[in-house]
Design a protein around this ligand. Structure first.
Ligand code: ADP
Ligand code: ZN
Ligand code: ZN
Length: 731
C-alpha cells in the first residue's frame, strides 16, 4: 500500500499537516504531486510532501484522493517551500504556496490556468498530388494545401494566411488530403521585442578574473559577493558565468530587483541566450506565466530571469544563482511568508550545490561580512566615477534647490544633455501645517500626516489638490481653511516630486521633464517612461528612488540628490546603509559616457559619514565603519532580529494578546535572546499595533521558539480579533 503524506493548501495557521491518504493503484503519485483530497467535509488541494508504505492510522480511517493534477512541483522545490514556511514562522502550506505552478489555485477546482492546445494541420501525399492531378478543389482548399507546402501549420495561421476556416480544413481532412493533430502552443510574455544578439563583449582583466573564479566553482558550489563600482560591467560577468553553466548542461536563475525598472538586464540576457531564457513575474498574463514555468520545468528553457519570486523557478540541474543589485529592498517580501529571496537563494544554492553570486556597488553589511569578495574596482573603458559635491542646505538657502544645483541644471539645459534628479518623497509637499495655530492634517485611519498631491489641475495653488495618506490610500480635498482656528494661511512643508517637477519645468525649458514615481504612471508604463527618457536627445528625469536603479544611460552628465539625509532622521538602524546606497547608486547613473559627469548632493548634515563616504566612492570605508557600529550595538549581521507584529481594532484585546504572546515567547527562548516590547507602533488602517522584537545570536532556536509561541497562542485561542504576523530579518 502506498501512503501519500499530504499538506493541504489552506491559509489558516490552525491546520498543519501532513495528513495521510491511501493512494489507489490506478493513480500516479510522487513527491510534489498536487492532489485534490477530501478534507473534513470539503475538497481541497494538497501537495504530496512524502511517500510511505505504512500509516499510523487504521486503514478504515484512510481516505483516498479524488484526483491528481497533471502538473506537479519538482521535489527539491517541495523541500524549499517547506523550509521557507518554517524559517519565516509561517506555515508549511503557505510556504508550499510559493512553489506551485502559476495559476494552480488553492480551491478544489481544477487548474485555473491550463495549457493552450490547438490543432495543427499537415499535408498528406494525397494532398500534394491533389494540387496537380486535376482533383476538384475549391479556391480556399487550394490555398490551404499550398500554404502547407512548407510544413505543418496551426489552424489559426491557415485561417489568417489562406482564408481557410475550420470547415474547409475539416473537409480536406475527410478526403484524406490533410491530417491534423493537437499541439500545445506556448504563450510568451508580451514584453518589448528583444534587440539583435550583438557582439559578445570581451571581458577586461578584472571581469575575466571574477568570471573565472565563479566558473571554477560551477558544479561544486559556493557564494561570492561581486562588488563592482557602478558601471564596472557586473552584468557581463553574470552573462559569462551563465554561458559557461549552459555549456556544462547546468541551469541558472537570475534575480533582478523589478522587471519594470530594470528592463535592461533582462534584455541583455534575452539577447544573449534567446529562447533558453524564461521570464517569470507577476505582471505577466497568467497563461504566459504558466507556460514560461513549464518551459523551465521541461528543460526547453534553462535560465529563469525575474524578481524575487523567480528564486522558486523550476530550473533543473541548477548550477548558478545570480542576485543582481543585491542591496535592493524588493528582495524582501512584505506579506506572509515574509521571506528574503537572498536568504532563500542561499539555501537553494546550498541544497543544489549551485554557485551563488550576489552583485552590487553598495553591498549590504551582511553580505560584506559573510561572503568571499570578487572586486571590479573600476568602470569599464577607463571611464571615471563622477566627482560628487555635497551642498550644505543649512541657513540661508531659500527653496528646494541650492544655487549651485540651479546653475548645474541650467548648464545641462544649455548643453542639451541629460540629468537625473532624485527626490525621496512623492506628491507635492510632505504635509500641511496651519501657520496660525500649528494644526497638522492627519489621516483618520493612521497616525501619520497626510501629503499634499496636485489634483486634476497642475498647480495646487488653487482649490484643486488632494490630501493623501501614503499608507492606506485615504484621500480628502485640500482644505481651504484650518478646522481649528479658521485661518486661511496654510503652510506647505517639504517638497515632493510633483513640486520639483514643476520647478524643473520652468528651469530647464525647453527640455522635457520626465517624472517617475508610483503616482506618475501605471506600473506597466514605468518601463515606457524610462524608454522615452533613454531615447530623448536631452531631458531631465525626476523621481523617487526608482530613478537610482541600475539604469545605464550614457548621456546623463548630472545627478542630483535632494534632501539626501532625510532618511537619517528616521529611527532605524539601517538608515545609514540606505542613505549611503541611495547616493552611491544615483551617482552611478552619471558620467557613463564620453561626456563625463558630476553629482550634487544636497543635505542638512553634510558631514554625516554615510554622505561623505558616498561622496568619496568609499564603500569599503563605509562598510568597515558601519560593521563596527553594528557589532557594538549587536545588530545584524551580529545578531538575528525577529519581529512579531500584532494588530487589532480593539486596543484592550490587543494589549492582552501582546502580553500573553510575550510571556509565551519568553518561556521558550534561551538567555542569549534579548526580548523587547511590546512597544506601540503608529496606528495603521484603523488598527492599533504592537511590536515585540527578539534579538538573538542563534537564529534557528529563536525562530523555532517564536514559531511555537505563536502556534501555542493560536491553539489557546488567545488571539481572537488580533492579527499576528512574524517577520524574521525585518527590513
Ligand atoms: P554595472 O552593472 O556594473 O553598473 P553594466 O554591466 O551595466 O555595469 O555595464 C556598463 C556598460 O559597460 C554596459 O553598457 C556594458 O555593455 C559595457 N561593458 C561591460 N563590460 C565591458 C567591457 N569589458 N568592455 C566594454 N564595455 C563593457
Ligand atoms: Zn489653525
Ligand atoms: Zn491612512
Amino acid at each position: 500500500m502506498t501512503i501519500a503524506k499530504v499538506e493541504p493548501l489552506l491559509t489558516t495557521r490552525r491546520v498543519q499537516g501532513p495528513f495521510d491518504y491511501r493512494v489507489p493503484a490506478s493513480m500516479q503519485v510522487s513527491v510534489g504531486s498536487i492532489l485534490v483530497v477530501p478534507f473534513g467535509r470539503r475538497r481541497v488541494k494538497g501537495v504530496v510532501t512524502g511517500l510511505a508504505e505504512h500509516s499510523d492510522l487504521p486503514p478504515e480511517r484512510l481516505a483516498e484522493p479524488f484526483e491528481a493534477l497533471d502538473a506537479g512541483v519538482p521535489p527539491e522545490l517541495v523541500e524549499l517551500g517547506s523550509w521557507v514556511g518554517g524559517e519565516y514562522c509561517s506555515t508549511p502550506s503557505r510556504g508550499l504556496g510559493l512553489v506551485l505552478p502559476p495559476g494552480t489555485g488553492t480551491g478544489a477546482e481544477a487548474r485555473r490556468v491550463r495549457p493552450l492546445v490547438e490543432l495543427e494541420y499537415e499535408r498528406t501525399a494525397a494532398g500534394e498530388a491533389a494540387l496537380t492531378d486535376g482533383s476538384r478543389l475549391g479556391l480556399r482548399q487550394k490555398a490551404a494545401l499550398r500554404a502547407l507546402a512548407a510544413g505543418p501549420r496551426p489552424a489559426r495561421a491557415l485561417a489568417h494566411s489562406a482564408g481557410a476556416d475550420r470547415s474547409t480544413l475539416r473537409r480536406l481532412e475527410q478526403r484524406g488530403l490533410v491530417s491534423s493533430r493537437e499541439v500545445e502552443r506556448r504563450r510568451r510574455p508580451d514584453s518589448p521585442a528583444v534587440g539583435a544578439a550583438g557582439p559578445v563583449i570581451e571581458l577586461n582583466p578584472a571581469q575575466a578574473a571574477a568570471a573565472a573564479t565563479i566558473v571554477r566553482a560551477l558544479g561544486s558550489g559556493g557564494e561570492w559577493l561581486l562588488h563592482g563600482v557602478t558601471g564596472s560591467g557586473k552584468t557581463e560577468v553574470y552573462l559569462a558565468a551563465a554561458a559557461e553553466a549552459l555549456e556544462r548542461g547546468l541551469g541558472a536563475i537570475v534575480l533582478v530587483p523589478e522587471i519594470a525598472l530594470t528592463p535592461q538586464t533582462m534584455d541583455r540576457f534575452r539577447r544573449r541566450f534567446g529562447e533558453r531564457v524564461a521570464l517569470l513575474h507577476s505582471r505577466m498574463a497568467a497563461g504566459a506565466r504558466y507556460d514560461e514555468w513549464r518551459r523551465l520545468r521541461s528543460g526547453e528553457a534553462r535560465i529563469a530571469v525575474g524578481p524575487r519570486s523567480a528564486v522558486f523557478a523550476p530550473v533543473a540541474d541548477l548550477g548558478l544563482i545570480v542576485i543582481d543589485e543585491e542591496h535592493d529592498s524588493s528582495y524582501k517580501q512584505e506579506s506572509d511568508p515574509r521571506y528574503d529571496a537572498r536568504e532563500v537563494a542561499s539555501e537553494r544554492a546550498r541544497l543544489a550545490g549551485a554557485v551563488l553570486v550576489a552583485g552590487s556597488a553598495t553591498p549590504r553589511p551582511e553580505s560584506w561580512e559573510r561572503m568571499s569578495r570578487l572586486e571590479l574596482p573600476e568602470r569599464v573603458d577607463r571611464l571615471r566615477l563622477p566627482p560628487v559635491e555635497v551642498l550644505d542646505m543649512r541657513g540661508g538657502v531659500r527653496g528646494a534647490l541650492h544655487p549651485r544645483t540651479v546653475e548645474a541644471l541650467a548648464a545641462v539645459r544649455d548643453a542639451g544633455s541629460k540629468a537625473i534628479v532624485l527626490v525621496n518623497r512623492r506628491g507635492w509637499s510632505a504635509h500641511l501645517c496651519c501657520r496660525s495655530c500649528g494644526h497638522a492634517w492627519q489621516c483618520p485611519h493612521c497616525d501619520v500626516s497626510l501629503s499634499l498631491h496636485a489634483g486634476a489641475e497642475p498647480a495646487p495653488g488653487g482649490a484643486a489638490g488632494i490630501l493623501r495618506c501614503h499608507h492606506c490610500g485615504h484621500s480628502e480635498p485640500k482644505p481651504e481653511r484650518c478646522p481649528e482656528c479658521s485661518s486661511v494661511t496654510i503652510a506647505r512643508v517639504g517638497a515632493g516630486t510633483q513640486r520639483i517637477e514643476s520647478e524643473l519645468e520652468q528651469l530647464v525649458a525647453p527640455l522635457e521633464v520626465f517624472r517617475l514615481d508610483s503616482d506618475s504612471a501605471g506600473a506597466g508604463s514605468h518601463a515606457q517612461l524610462l524608454g522615452r527618457f533613454e531615447r530623448a536627445d536631452a531631458g531631465v528625469l525626476v523621481g523617487t528612488q526608482m530613478v537610482a536603479k541600475g539604469h545605464d544611460f550614457p548621456e546623463v552628465t548630472l545627478g542630483v540628490v535632494l534632501d539626501a539625509d532625510a532618511g537619517l532622521r528616521l529611527p532605524d538602524f539601517r538608515s545609514e546603509e540606505r542613505t549611503f546606497s541611495l547616493i552611491t547608486q544615483l551617482a552611478g547613473r552619471s558620467g557613463r559616457g564620453r561626456a563625463g559627469g558630476r553629482v550634487l548632493v544636497q543635505a542638512l548634515s553634510p558631514q554625516a559619514p554615510s554622505i561623505s563616504r558616498a561622496a568619496n566612492h568609499d564603500a569599503a570605508g563605509f562598510l568597515g565603519e558601519e560593521l563596527g557600529r553594528r557589532r557594538e550595538l549587536r545588530y545584524p549581521p551580529f545578531s538575528h532580529l525577529i519581529e512579531v507584529l500584532l494588530a487589532s481594532e480593539d486596543e484592550r484585546r490587543l494589549e492582552a494578546a501582546a502580553g500573553d504572546l510575550r510571556a509565551l515567547v519568553a518561556e521558550r527562548i534561551g538567555d542569549d535572546v534579548e526580548l523587547l516590547g511590546p512597544a506601540p507602533l503608529y496606528r495603521l488602517r484603523g488598527k492599533h499595533r504592537r511590536r515585540l522584537l527578539a534579538k538573538a545570536s542563534e537564529r534557528g532556536a529563536a525562530v523555532a521558539a517564536v514559531r511555537e509561541a505563536v502556534a501555542a497562542a493560536v491553539r489557546g485561542r488567545r488571539l481572537a480579533e488580533v492579527a499576528v504576523s512574524v517577520d524574521v530579518d525585518p527590513q
